[in-house]
Ligand binder design. Sequence first.
Ligand SMILES: C[S@@+](CC[C@H](N)C(=O)[O-])C[C@H]1O[C@@H](n2cnc3c(N)ncnc32)[C@H](O)[C@@H]1O
Length: 295
Amino acid sequence: MEIFGNDRHKIIHGDALHALSQVPDNSVALIFADPPYNIGKNFNGHKDKWATEEEYLNWCYKWLDLCVQKLSPTGSFYVMTATQFMPFFDIYLRKKLDILSRIVWSYDSSGVQAKKYYGSMYEPILFCVKDKDNYTFNADDILVEAKTGSKRKLIDYRKAVPTVYNSEKVPGNVWEFARVRYRMDEYENHPTQKPIALLERIIRASSNEGDLVLDPFSGTFTTCFVAKELGRNSIGIELQDEYVKIGLRRLHLAKEFKGEILQKEIRTFETEKLETATNLKLFEEPHGKYIHSKH
Ligand SMILES: C[S@@+](CC[C@H](N)C(=O)[O-])C[C@H]1O[C@@H](n2cnc3c(N)ncnc32)[C@H](O)[C@@H]1O
């Protein structure tokens, strides 16, 4: 296990169970856990597949217990997994925490379109707290448009004084955020990168500036990146070198890793753009104007 970073942002390069056990109990304001889903994704050569579902769940129960232990008394826990495993997480966690919302992250389309069944277009997220009478929820920081008031301009005549409906509201439990695509600025080379917008909502709602946010399966370190942008402190844990490198670069914690300069991978369309730019030569005309010439 190796630790990088500073007083505010730490990257732990190692196994989640081991790394979590080193974190002080009751110390973390917000944990976002997006583990391998046991569906066979390829994490840089490591297959996300356990021998049996029981083995996967037994492994999950271990880190779920640790997360509960590390959460502060007023802390919040958001956890994801595949749709088929979420009922097990729900039953397990509700004995230990209060589950306040069962969120559906819904997206426009999946890569492969199902033809003989209904394609999977959402991922579930549980939102749990340690103490349902005392937890952070910054509702005003995550308001979204309420169409009844903002677009339809309806008036509530049931009130003593007729009042226009609110134009903003706290989001419901179905969240529409586009998945991270290859051509998006935030894209990193990882099979299950979560969108910045998703983590922004979670971190704004369930933590305050200066709070500690922890992600035991950091991947591309979206959680820690957003935590830093929003003035929170962070701990990100990740097993794979390749993804630790992304974290170190995204959080500006190091310029190199094991002698390798950390740079964002150039995508194919960026290479094409570079080639076009170098092929596009500028010629100065005698009267001082520039003309383009494509070679
Ligand atoms: C679903 S991905 C997380 C994606 C992340 N939320 C993001 O936005 O990029 C799960 C990550 O957990 C890592 N991982 C798998 N087993 C681990 C373990 N035992 N300890 C720490 N990280 C692990 C994988 O390498 C993978 O990057």
